[in-house]
Design a protein around this ligand. Structure first.
Ligand code: 6PG
Length: 260
């Protein structure tokens, strides 16, 4: 489903209400809500809204478990850290308990070890959730109730960048991913983990995303060049929440769009 909003503020408000709706259903259904947060700048206003107090009493935040779709290979207090942005705008205002936050442990020296440690934490957490498929010997993929994603102007999502090794990972759920153009390792969930979610929400805003968004949504499939095209939840719902600036070049997707 695509929805176009006049601006990031309206987009963020809809996203906050959808977050609370999905969280409430998950808590009702299996006693907890698992969400993988997006990094970058777009989600900041969503996190600020959720942490603002207006949503404080809408769900039992002690039953919300926070993960990260990806992370930069920097210390958790670094200005570039996705954890830091969420911590300042969401976790601290809502006084989220540290036991409910699962960050990539980037204080570990070796990127591969960070990824393996995170994968183990996910497998352990999702394996012990009541009625989790892993319990009944089902898939050992994490089953997030919600994954939030952004998209770069090169079509990357999480830290799955064009023509990088992690794009084709089929078995590991969390990996280190060398990104040549950044000259650095990134840490990211893989598409098998992402596509196993019950709900995925893309948050996309700004004129700089217009060209790439049209390619991702309307051009033929080119998954290595346009990584966001690989986001196709196996059994879940996919929401594209975009603003008018990023939507301005869309043609045939418009008939699916419900303008807000
Ligand atoms: C990150 C994100 C990344 C982000 C896009 C869009 O770690 O940077 O996970 O995938 O969502 O780069 O970033 P903006 O929202 O800043 O445009």
């Amino acid at each position: 489903m695509l929805k176009v909003f006049s601006n990031l503020e309206e987009l963020s408000r809809f996203a906050a209400e959808k977050f609370i709706e999905i969280a409430g259903e998950a808590i009702e259904k299996h006693g907890g809500f698992t969400v993988a947060l997006a990094g970058g700048s777009t989600p900041k206003s969503l996190y600020q809204l959720l942490g603002s107090g207006e949503f404080k009493n809408k769900i039992d935040w002690s039953k919300v478990f926070f993960f990260f779709g990806d992370e930069r290979n920097v210390a958790p207090g670094d200005a570039e850290s996705n954890f830091r942005m969420a911590n300042e705008n969401l976790f601290q205002p809502l006084r989220i308990s540290v036991e409910n936050i699962f960050r990539w442990q980037t204080e570990i020296e070796n990127a591969e070890e960070i990824a393996e440690t995170y994968a183990e934490a996910l497998t352990e957490f999702f394996g012990r959730r009541e009625n989790s498929p892993a319990h009944e010997g089902g898939s050992d993929l994490p089953h997030f109730d919600l994954i939030l994603l952004g998209m770069g102007d090169d079509g990357h999502t999480a830290s799955l960048f064009p023509f990088t090794k992690a794009l084709t990972e089929k078995s590991r759920i969390a990996v280190e991913n060398w990104v040549e153009k950044l000259n650095s390792n990134r840490l990211t969930l893989t598409f098998p983990a992402i596509n196993n979610a019950s709900n995925i929400i893309f948050l996309i805003s700004g004129a700089s995303k217009a060209v790439i968004l049209r390619e991702v949504l309307e051009d033929e499939f080119r998954g290595e060049q346009l990584p966001s095209q690989n986001v196709k939840p196996t059994n879940g719902n996919l929401f594209w929440l975009i603003d008018t600036d990023s939507a301005r070049l869309l043609n045939n997707s418009l008939d699916e769009i419900q303008a807000d």
